[in-house]
Write a protein that binds this ligand. Structure first.
Ligand SMILES: Nc1ncnc2c1ncn2[C@@H]1O[C@H](COP(=O)(O)OP(=O)(O)OP(=O)(O)O)[C@@H](O)[C@H]1O
Ligand SMILES: [Mg+2]
Length: 412
């Protein structure tokens, strides 16, 4: 039986947990299945209830397992939340043999890592952004260049130890080994952004349920990233309070009728179910009057972050919106108007298999986790299919029986 190379991305989001099963064939991924479960144990992107989160992870994973016919033993997990911090650091190394090699870059990165990180924070990623050789800065690909001293600028991304540990604990309690923890916006950007966009400057805005991740790429490298604790669920809450609707109905009304800006149908009447029973008709305008200010508020925060990144002049390819809430009607137009940058909305791209099922922007992180793992962890991703797993287990069981007889002990 041929061993398949399966990579599983686990997106533990505020509104949904999804497990994406990808099959790696050389340098491409075919999506085999997606398992989903509503997420109940998270607030603002961070685990606040372990048991509820474990339950949702189990459901999502078993859903993905039965759809793909594979047993999932380990996963690449995404992490986000307001605790994520990113800062730059520099490291230098002498260039051996006067020509930059992979090893010289590794040494410079190693030196850049030697910064004080508080005990309650854990380093998640160290991402090289640019290099300088003998004072000549702005070098992106230094290998093979001549010089004496190499300096490397890196972006160090850290998360709160407690948040990281709780996430790992949830996966382990759900019976999964964690191969790696990957910053969610980093994963989404692999699935959504083109190399050209990253090269010429682009801002990725992933608007989820409880959080919005903003990530700036330029000259092919990640320059800055931040997470704000506002997302699509705040819009749902506003509708729920404003129209006195249960959350579920507010969610339905949002998806079906809401728009960030007036769409020319404001006088049309929409049907809402008050208190779960009485159907009422209200002008759509009422809904826009609730939704619009919240979107404006979110975009003002995003604008402030883009200014803080110093990304306005550099983001020549503008903004790419992703995440479930990016599907709100008119949000792209409002973003374009408020930020004064070109905008496109995108789901995951560059994968095969269930392409149509996962083309939704809410799957950008899950699919991105599998792509990121393929790019960065080639050697760790070998799993077996269900048949092989069962055979393995039976072999172990048979071995166990013989060993028990040999040793005359009872093992549990
Ligand atoms: N068609 C739609 N129109 C408007 N909003 C939508 C639509 N579909 C989904 N959403 C919203 O997208 C949000 C969920 O997005 P997503 O699945 O990306 O979040 P998440 O990953 O679970 O959360 P987070 O990333 O914040 O932890 C919800 O607020 C949901 O209401
Ligand atoms: Mg998300």
């Amino acid at each position: 039986m041929r061993r398949k190379e399966i990579i599983v991305g686990l997106d533990v989001g505020t509104t949904k947990i999804c497990a994406v099963v990808g099959e790696a064939n050389n340098d491409r991924i075919d999506i085999l299945s997606v398992g989903r479960a509503p997420s109940k144990g998270l607030r603002k992107g961070v685990v606040t209830n372990i048991d509820m989160t474990v339950d949702s992870i189990r459901k999502a994973v078993s859903d993905a397992e039965s759809n793909a016919g594979v047993e999932i033993r380990s996963v690449y997990v995404g992490i986000a939340g307001g605790h994520i911090k990113s800062f730059s650091s520099f490291g230098a190394a002498g260039i051996k043999n006067r020509e930059v090699s992979e090893l010289d870059i590794e040494k410079a990165i190693e030196a850049a890592k030697a910064v004080y990180v508080p005990l309650d924070r854990e380093v998640l990623h160290v991402i090289p952004s640019e290099h300088s050789i003998d004072g000549q800065s702005g070098i992106m690909k230094p290998i093979g260049m001549s010089g004496v001293r190499l300096e490397t600028k890196v972006q160090i991304i850290t998360g709160a130890v407690s948040a990281v540990q709780n996430l790992i604990k949830c996966c382990e309690k759900a019976g999964l080994q964690v191969n790696d923890i990957i910053l969610e916006p980093l994963a989404s950007s692999v699935a959504v952004l083109s190399e050209e966009e990253k090269e010429h400057g682009v801002i990725l805005v992933d608007i989820g349920g409880g959080t919005t991740d903003i990530t700036f790429y330029d000259k092919g490298a990640l320059r800055n990233t931040t997470v704000i604790a506002v997302g699509g669920d705040h819009v749902t809450n506003d509708i729920s309070v404003g129209l006195r609707l249960p959350l579920q109905e507010a969610e339905r009304v949002k998806r079906e009728f809401a728009s960030a800006i007036p769409m020319g149908d404001e006088k049309d009447e929409i049907e809402i179910k008050v208190a779960g029973r009485d159907v009422q008709l209200i002008p759509k305008q009422y809904l826009t009057e609730i939704v619009s200010p919240r979107c404006e508020e979110l975009l003002n925060i995003i604008k402030g972050e883009i200014e803080r990144f110093g990304a306005y002049e550099l983001a020549k390819y503008g903004v790419v919106l992703t995440g479930g809430a990016s599907m709100l009607k008119g949000l792209d137009t409002m973003t374009e108007a408020m930020l004064g940058l070109p905008v496109r909305v995108s789901g995951p791209e560059g994968v095969g298999g269930l392409k149509n099922v996962i083309s939704d922007p809410m799957y950008s992180t899950g699919v991105g986790l599998t792509l990121y793992a393929l790019e960065n962890h080639g050697e760790k991703m070998v799993y077996v299919d269900l048949f092989t797993a069962i055979m393995d287990r039976m072999r172990n069981w048979v071995k166990g029986v013989f060993r028990k007889k040999e040793l005359m002990t009872i093992k549990t």
